[in-house]
Ligand binder design. Structure first.
Ligand SMILES: O=C(O)CCC(=O)C(=O)O
Ligand SMILES: [Fe+2]
Length: 285
């Protein structure tokens, strides 16, 4: 990992925003050439799904994609974003879940009735079976936007700022409007949006003529089970450096997910070498 990434640690203002609002917008995380490259791969996935029978105007949800193109590996420890991940969660982390998606405009003749969006916190049963208030953070996702969602109505990602400490969300009885505070995240291509799994959020329909393209990278603690088949071809995995292998779930043995030794967490060793033991010790605990 290139040490110049240390220029992109979480700034205090960013930490405050993430802690208080539950999400964080990082503009210009991806340069135009990278956006184009990734966008081309998503176009290919979409064309493949269409050829397999997916209907036109249908939104494509595509998990298990990391192993499908080398460009996806570069985002695992992307210098503009990854330092902020370990600065929030610490070093005992991996990619527990990733998915990408293409949301084309809805069909011109589709009924445009307003419906309450699909508001949720991430991680399914975790929210039922874990007994604490507020719910534990556990993981976060980065949404890398490849298309222009700088205006509402383009299949934007919706959030309720500051809702991450709230265990329940009252949905309006009319079945049409959204809970107070719900807002579209309007950002340009190349923007990375970090959000903790507890933030109440939702996808939304795309009523514009701009197809939405986005990648979601979910990082969590190594003792969390994967939510993604994450089939990585052996030869591509072998080419990864030790930190990428950690991010992809490598470890010495099962005990090491809970009580890691340095061989389990090359990210820890790297941080110790580059930041010093004291700073690493102060990272999430
Ligand atoms: O597609 C979206 O805008 C929302 C995706 C989502 O809910 C998630 O990745 O957790
Ligand atoms: Fe979600």
């Amino acid at each position: 990992m290139d040490p110049t990434c240390l220029d992109n640690l979480l700034a205090e203002e960013e930490r405050r925003k993430f802690n208080e609002e539950g999400f964080l917008i990082v503009e210009d995380a991806l340069p135009p050439a990278m956006i184009e490259r990734l966008s081309g791969v998503l176009d290919r996935f979409y064309a493949e799904r269409r050829a397999e029978g997916m209907k036109s105007h249908e939104a494509m949800f595509y998990p298990n994609f990391i192993g499908k193109d080398p460009a996806f590996f570069d985002l695992l420890d992307w210098p503009k974003t990854f330092p902020k991940v370990w600065d929030i969660l610490g070093w005992n982390i991996f990619l527990y879940h990733a998915h990408c998606g293409v949301t084309p405009p809805i069909a011109p003749d589709a009924p445009r009735v307003r419906k309450t969006l699909g508001w949720h916190q991430d991680s399914g049963r975790v929210n039922v079976e874990m007994e604490s208030h507020p719910r534990p953070r556990l993981s976060l996702k980065i949404a890398f936007f490849l298309s222009d969602v700088s205006e509402p109505g383009r299949g934007n990602f919706y959030v309720i700022p500051g809702s991450h400490l709230q265990d329940t969300l009252e949905k309006p009885a009319d079945g049409a409007s959204d809970p107070p505070g719900g807002m579209p995240v309007c950002v340009k291509p190349g923007t990375a949006v970090f959000f903790g799994r507890r933030l109440w959020h939702s996808a939304s329909p795309n009523g514009s003529d701009v197809t939405r393209k986005v990648l979601f990278y979910g990082y969590g603690y190594r003792w969390i089970r994967t939510k993604d088949d994450m089939e990585i071809p052996k030869e591509l995995f072998e080419q990864c450096d030790p930190i990428r292998k950690q991010i992809l779930g490598a470890g010495l043995n099962c005990n090491g997910y809970f009580s890691p030794s340095e061989g389990d967490v090359p990210l820890y060793t790297w941080l110790k070498e580059h930041l010093g033991e004291e700073k690493v010790g102060s990272l999430r605990k």
